[in-house]
Design a protein around this ligand. Structure first.
Ligand code: HXC
Length: 255
């Protein structure tokens, strides 16, 4: 990854932060985005061990098209180019479908589905104009193709992002050599998802029992897979979704 330029949206915590850390350790230049500069600066303290010039902080909201365009401009201005985009920013909370307000639905769809499209389109246009064979990595969830009881907004949005991944893989792969892939993480420790979705002891235990490997995944494991997917070692991988969930989604029958 030496010298490669990578944007990671939602990079102030959890998987985004650990991916950024790993990419920096591999010699990449990384731009992380987040909605709050204070949180971005706190993340910088946790991510960098010295090479501060290689990390760019961008305060923006993926729901805002003007912010997204500025994200592209700022990154190119700071690092000279963009090689990869990791669409990691997400929003989620548990709500029964019948109780979810239209604002709650719209908010998650806007961050996850619309935000992923705005970022992909803006960076994709830059790649097409500059003849760069970049790659996109989208973070989805196994409920993008399975069921997501209690998170109908997130499941619907992630299903859309998976369709977007495969569509861009074909459309931009064929014409411009741009790759698009996805990771479907299961429950991962030290992430906003785990904190929010498994906040009660009972929910945490139920989750743990559902994973054949009997533990949560780590953000370092996600970062290792992301590094591989973005690297030249995966240069023939396009339109793929790789599950990293300890076998959780396959575990349907008690044994
Ligand atoms: C019911 C809720 C709610 C909750 C928000 N809402 N939280 N409804 N239960 N817990 C409703 C609000 O009442 C409001 O509707 C509407 O959603 C919008 O809320 P806001 O707070 O105004 O929205 P906003 O400030 O835009 O925040 C977006 C957010 C927030 C998604 C609600 O939680 C957020 O920004 N989250 C980002 C971080 C995050 O969620 N990370 C986890 C990602 S995990 P009304 O009708 O009252 O106006 C993930 C995958 C997990 O994505 C996979 C696990 C295996």
């Amino acid at each position: 990854m030496n010298g490669q330029v990578i944007i990671v949206t939602g990079g102030t915590s959890g998987m985004g932060m650990y991916m950024a850390k790993r990419f920096l350790e591999e010699g990449a230049k990384v731009a992380i985005t987040g909605r709050n500069m204070e949180r971005l600066q706190q993340a910088r303290g946790q991510i960098t061990s010295g090479a501060k010039d290689e990390l760019l902080l961008i305060e923006m909201d993926v729901r805002n098209v003007e912010d997204v365009e500025r994200m592209v401009e700022q990154t190119v201005e700071a690092f000279g180019r963009i090689d990869h985009l990791v669409n990691n920013a997400a929003g989620n909370f548990i709500s029964p479908a019948e109780k979810l307000s239209s604002n709650g639905w719209n908010s998650v769809i806007d961050i996850v589905l619309n935000g992923t499209f705005y970022c992909s389109q803006a960076v994709g246009k830059y790649w097409i104009e500059n003849k760069i064979k970049g790659s996109i990595l989208n973070m989805v969830a196994t409920y993008a193709w399975n069921a997501g009881a209690g998170v109908i907004h997130s499941a619907s949005a992630k299903a859309g992002v998976l369709a977007m991944t495969r569509t861009l893989a074909v459309e931009w792969g064929k014409q411009y050599g741009i790759r698009a892939n996805a990771i479907a993480p299961g429950p991962i420790e030290r992430t906003g998802g785990a904190d929010k979705l498994f906040e009660s002891e009972k929910a945490a235990q139920r989750t743990l029992n559902s994973v054949p490997l009997g533990r949560l995944g780590t953000p370092e494991e996600i970062a290792g897979l992301a590094r591989f997917i973005l690297s030249d070692e995966a240069s023939y991988m396009n339109g793929e979704v790789v599950t990293l969930d300890g076998g959780q989604w396959l575990n349907q029958f008690p044994f």
